[in-house]
Design a protein around this ligand. Structure first.
Ligand SMILES: [Zn+2]
Length: 281
């Protein structure tokens, strides 16, 4: 028996000296299909995949490929009634473990907003038993909101916000039966940006289209966060005596639901109760 190692397989030499996953990600294996040993089909797309990676990282695929099913013999799974682009990005996530890149990739392929990308990948994470993807998409939503909030709440440039940017995500959240968390989160986001969203005719068109969305938006207004735009810009000034309200317990604050959405602060001692019998909280 010879001690010399076997000649490398064709294509192997090009990887010599290079780590397989330079980013700590296996995304390149998914892109190249190198040494793939199974197939996932969805719609008009076929993906060459690696049993080891899918079965190790995804309970749903493990059940398919390791159980006593036809799929485990054929090493082929066909996913029906699902968007092939979504499945592609789901697989990309399983390989890369990178939620942000998966959301961006999905948005680029489909022209969906990244908000809708989050909702749809969460839905996929729920179906394919990927708790990390469910957590990651929720977390990523707040990253998106944080990045967009100042633009969406801009007073100087009200045209900076278009509800079009998020309406596809709203529609998606209301077509997925158990996406209550997303509905509340998105309604809350639009409520924070209400200085602009309430000016948008599209908001009310969406409410006519999806009455439940109107209910969730109103629920958010019941306990609104301070509207963005003018938050933390200066000291709170009493609307009655125009002196600073130094401690929160010295003052009361209102966020009227009008479009102008003026934040009213008054010292408790300065408040004139219009109907003293019934009005005092
Ligand atoms: Zn005062």
């Amino acid at each position: 028996m010879s001690n010399s190692p076997a000649a490398p397989a064709e294509g192997h030499s090009s990887l010599e000296g290079k780590p397989l996953d330079p980013d700590g990600s296996d995304a390149d294996l998914f892109q190249s299909g190198f040494l793939a040993d199974a197939t996932v089909k969805c719609g008009d797309k076929t993906f060459n995949v690696h049993l080891l990676i899918l079965c190790r990282r995804c309970e749903w695929f493990k059940k398919c490929f390791v159980g006593h099913y036809k799929e485990s013999q054929d090493r082929e799974v066909t996913i029906v009634d699902e968007n092939p682009d979504l499945i592609e990005c789901l697989l990309f996530y399983i390989y890369s473990q990178d939620v942000e890149k998966a959301v961006t990739k999905l948005a680029n392929i489909t022209q969906w907003s990244r908000y809708k990308g989050c909702v749809m990948l969460w839905k996929a994470g729920d179906f394919f038993l990927l708790p990390g993807l469910k957590r990651g998409t929720r977390k990523h939503l707040f990253t998106l909101i944080k990045a967009d909030i100042s633009r969406l709440c801009s007073i100087d440039d009200p045209t900076a916000f278009s509800i079009d940017e998020i309406s596809d995500a709203i529609r998606a959240a209301y077509t997925i039966p158990n996406a209550k968390w997303w509905r509340t989160a998105i309604a809350g986001f639009l409520c924070i940006a209400r200085r602009n969203t309430l000016k948008s005719d599209k908001l009310f068109e969406l409410m006519e289209e999806i009455p439940h969305f109107a209910v969730d938006f109103l629920k958010s207004l019941r306990h609104p966060s301070p509207s963005g735009g003018e938050m933390h810009k200066g000291p709170m000034i009493c609307g009655k005596c125009f002196k600073p309200v130094k401690k929160p317990q010295d003052g009361a604050m209102w966020y009227p639901l009008s479009i102008s959405d003026v934040v009213v602060v008054q010292h408790l001692k300065c408040i004139e109760w219009s109907t003293p019998e019934a009005g005092k909280p």
